[in-house]
Design a protein around this ligand. Sequence first.
Ligand SMILES: Nc1nc2c(ncn2[C@@H]2O[C@H](COP(=O)(O)OP(=O)(O)OP(=O)(O)O)[C@@H](O)[C@H]2O)c(=O)[nH]1
Ligand SMILES: [Mg+2]
Length: 432
Amino acid sequence: MMRAIVAKRVDAGTADISEISELAVAGGYEAVDSLTQTREEDSAYVFGEGKIAELAALVADRQADALIIDNEVGPYQMYNIGQAMPDGVEVIDRFTLILEIFGQRAQTRKAQLQVELAELRYELPRAAAKTSLAKRDERPGFMGLGEYDESREKDIKAQISNIKAELDSIAQKEQDRRERRRESGFDLVALAGYTNAGKSTLLRQLAAELSVDENVDKHPDLDSIAESKDMLFTTLGTTTRRATLDRREILLTDTVGFISNLPHWLVESFQSTLESVYRADLVLLVVDASESVQEIREKLVTSHDTLYERNEAPIVTVFNKIDQVEQAELADKLSALSGLTPNPITVSGLTGEHIEELKHRIEAELPAWERERLLLPLTDETMSVVSWIHDHGYVSEENYENDHVSVSFEARPPIVEKARAKAAELHPVEPN
Ligand SMILES: Nc1nc2c(ncn2[C@@H]2O[C@H](COP(=O)(O)OP(=O)(O)OP(=O)(O)O)[C@@H](O)[C@H]2O)c(=O)[nH]1
Ligand SMILES: [Mg+2]
């Protein structure tokens, strides 16, 4: 495994390196040591020059292969820090680390395109900076940053627009698929929330059935016998499974987790993954109840920001991992956070506690179904209409009389509409 030193600079207060350390592990590094500094950003080195010398000594001493910095590092700062480190040491900032993780996990075409798009967006301003400096100073390869090449910038822009076009067409296909699924009577429910909150674990609890996506084999984290890893960004693509509630059939989609402090271009690149959240009939926003009130609050606020802009569906907040929290403590947390989530539900995806309640809640929050009672004349086609209604809605009563059958059912309004049309097309057999 690659050995890494983790470093972080903050303007004020104490730097918290827990998240970057977890990201390092997720990226396949062993975080062997760390250094932090509280001071304003240095334009040449991010950290103070003395701290950089200290870091270089630590890297050498611990025989690290990489230096991971939990700050955004500009192209020149990156170059300067690289020069100050022992030879062969890779310098990685927060965003390149996240991109590395995504790159390792991206298995579907869509995920790969999204990672590529994010990489190009990361590179674009850097290429532009090189070009403008090289022009100004007429020094190709300014500061050793590589060949000065204006065409590189154009190239990146062209690639970005190609990838966007392909992602748009994938998004359109997915939108069509969502509509077909709704027409088949399914309600679409999406799991959203921070990475490691327990979304995939909940998916497995709620939907034991097989996945309905073509990416089944590409999500080893969703295998019901596979253990969920306690690791950031286990799930990258989206996976959809079918689950049966009391009355309704839903399609439940697991998505990539959120993480705070992401630059705009990175979030944008993963926009199409979030479409399955924005376009759902209901969103389950999962939070880890074992975290501190402060942490949960920050994550809820970021999640709401991400969702509210484009989300169309109602949101139910799910406090997961209650097996790890004392009851009194949980009550305190819920009341402290009640302003942000008026009516949350508490569960444990691991033990299955309150999963039935969650199912009821999902059913209650889904868009209301319409009730209808249809009298169908008995013809050769009648049984197929009746079974169509069974497939697309919930039948509460079915009575056979001499020459007709009466069916009482509930379904999405468009399904009821269709059932009426089908019923109208049935013509009774002429009596002899
Ligand atoms: N104790 C406890 N652990 C849980 C519970 N739910 C999930 N976990 C653990 O939390 C970790 C993360 O769970 P996942 O289901 O992979 O989380 P996720 O939200 O899908 O994470 P990403 O795919 O990375 O976004 C795993 O180690 C799970 O076993 C729970 O209810 N109780
Ligand atoms: Mg997951």
